[in-house]
Design a protein around this ligand. Structure first.
Ligand code: NDP
Length: 480
């Protein structure tokens, strides 16, 4: 069986303890590769390698660093079919999605920050005659990057690329649930000539490897994407060590549809924003609020469209939804559907596990599920489910929908559908979310600040925000 290896000091190596974990293929429910069950010893090795690489990487002319990163982007592009296939096998997502979204975005992340660093500049503050302050932005040193399973290479590279571009050396951990494309990225880095130790990828469990990154004294900053609870654990350990933290956490995003919207656009986009990637995107809108005058019309049309979605094995070109990521996750989502029923919800469509034929019979498939009739305060409407489940709720006024939308502990993203320009601006200002899409969803300009308010996170990624996070500002004051 194929063994995934750690990438430490430029070499692909086994974990020091020689312990391994099973890696499941969600489409079949079968184990198809082994993952290092690494621990603090491997993190110590990786951190030593990163420390040793830091002096030359951080002082390398920016243009040269950029060239190596551009080569990595080129290689991701060249190997797109292989990477997309690996991502789809590892995660269960439709191959078409991995081919058109995940891997192109991983390439773009490297390309974006490889070029972005060339344009990165800092400020000067002339004070009075003959005194000037200028801000030096220096790389931090060794930084840790920890990423989740839903968009594996996409989110992994979204952290690694700005960290490397800014001149840091990295110790990174992909989710143990979806490690394969991070492993393939290690081989790409070797081929691209990334100097040894600059990037180190250590595989294994969050509670061992992730924790060892969090508490290692020489890892000075951590960029984490994952659940809110894990974010709190990391913060509680890293904050007393005064580490710099960027936390991108969970969400429970509202999708608000006013009667004056472009109905067809709102309808088709809501299908996508509810169920893309089996609803496992932190930006998916899981609570759909619909103005009462179009509630029935919207519900009927929405449910009709959802019934036409095809749940199938990931290589089926007609698959709209593939498998969810793991058995525990499937069970978690099913338990929320049960909870919704207990809370008084009516399942308008879906609600059940799907059993495909042949080799896919034990895969983790789930019908896209639409539920109505729930209080906005109930657990189903307050807790993150992170699967193909959405609720529909009518509203009468702007004030009422804002109150319901903002009632959750999260504040990651929101979508608003209206043709009323003044209302669009009002909603944009009053919704408690780091990202508000008006009449669109998941339109991403990589220069914009990305992140959540409230329990959805601390700090922002994207563009110069990310490069600022991965550098230490130093004021130099000179009297001439
Ligand atoms: P988790 O929080 O379970 O895991 C995220 C990463 O942290 C994984 O690599 C995990 O390892 C690791 N980890 C787990 N425990 C610890 C620990 N104690 N110390 C350090 N690292 C640890 O999230 P999921 O992987 O389940 O991802 C889903 C979550 O991510 C959802 O809540 C979703 O909303 C959120 N998310 C947020 C995004 C955003 O931009 N705000 C984007 C995408 C997802 P392992 O896998 O081995 O447990």
């Amino acid at each position: 069986m194929q063994k995934i290896l750690n990438y430490i000091n430029g070499e692909l190596i086994t974990p020091k303890n020689n312990q391994w974990l099973d890696n499941y293929q969600p489409a079949t429910g079968e184990v198809y590769s082994l993952i290092p069950d690494s621990d603090a010893d491997d993190i110590a090795l990786a951190t030593e390698a990163a420390k040793a690489a830091f002096p030359s990487w951080s002082t390398m002319p920016v243009g040269e660093r950029s060239k190596i990163m551009l080569r990595i982007a080129e290689l991701i592009e060249e190997k797109l079919p292989e990477l997309a296939k690996a991502e789809s096998i590892d995660n269960g997502k439709p191959l078409s999605l991995a081919t058109t979204v995940d891997i192109p975005r991983a390439r773009d992340n490297f390309h974006f920050f490889a070029t972005g660093i060339i344009h990165f500049a800092s400020e000067a503050h002339p004070m009075e005659d003959k005194v000037v302050n200028y801000t030096l932005r220096q790389p931090i040193g060794v930084v840790g990057c920890i990423s989740p399973w839903n968009l594996p290479l996409y989110l992994f590279t979204w952290k690694i690329a700005p960290a490397l571009a800014a001149g840091n050396c990295v110790v990174a951990k992909p989710s143990e649930v979806t490690p394969m494309t991070a492993f393939l990225l290690s081989k790409i880095c070797q081929e691209a000539g990334l100097p040894k130790g600059v990037l180190n990828i250590v595989h294994g469990l969050g509670q061992k490897v992730g924790d060892a990154i969090t508490v290692h004294k020489d890892i000075k900053a951590i960029s984490f994407t994952g659940g809110t609870k894990t974010g709190a654990t990391i913060a509680s350990k890293a904050a007393p060590m005064f580490k710099k933290l960027s936390l991108e956490l969970g969400g429970k995003n509202p999708n608000i549809i006013f009667a004056d919207c472009d109905f067809e656009d709102a309808l088709t986009t809501s299908v996508r924003s509810s169920f893309a990637n089996q609803g496992q995107i932190c930006l998916c809108g899981s609570r759909i609020f619909i103005e009462r005058s179009i509630y029935t019309q919207f519900c009927d049309a929405f449910v009709e469209k959802i019934k036409q979605l095809k749940v199938s094995f990931p290589t089926d070109p007609d698959a709209n939804l593939g498998a969810v990521v793991s058995k525990p996750h499937l069970e978690k989502v099913l338990s929320y559907i049960q909870l919704a029923k207990e809370e008084g919800g009516t399942v308008l469509c879906g609600g059940n596990q799907v059993h495909l034929d042949g080799e896919y019979t034990n895969g983790y498939y789930l019908e896209p599920t639409v539920i109505e009739g729930l209080e906005y305060t109930c657990r189903t409407n307050q807790e993150e489910i992170f699967g193909p489940v959405v609720t529909l709720t009518p509203f009468d006024t702007e004030e009422e929908v804002l109150q319901m939308a903002n009632s959750v502990e999260y504040g990651l993203a929101a979508t608003v559908w209206t043709e009323n320009l003044k209302r669009a601006h009002r909603m944009g200002q009053k919704i408690e979310a780091g990202i508000v899409w008006i009449n669109c969803w998941l339109l991403r300009d990589l220069r914009t600040p990305f992140g959540g308010m409230k329990n959805s996170g601390v700090g922002r990624e994207g563009g110069f925000e990310a490069l600022k996070f991965f550098t230490e500002p130093k004021n130099v004051c000179i009297k001439l």
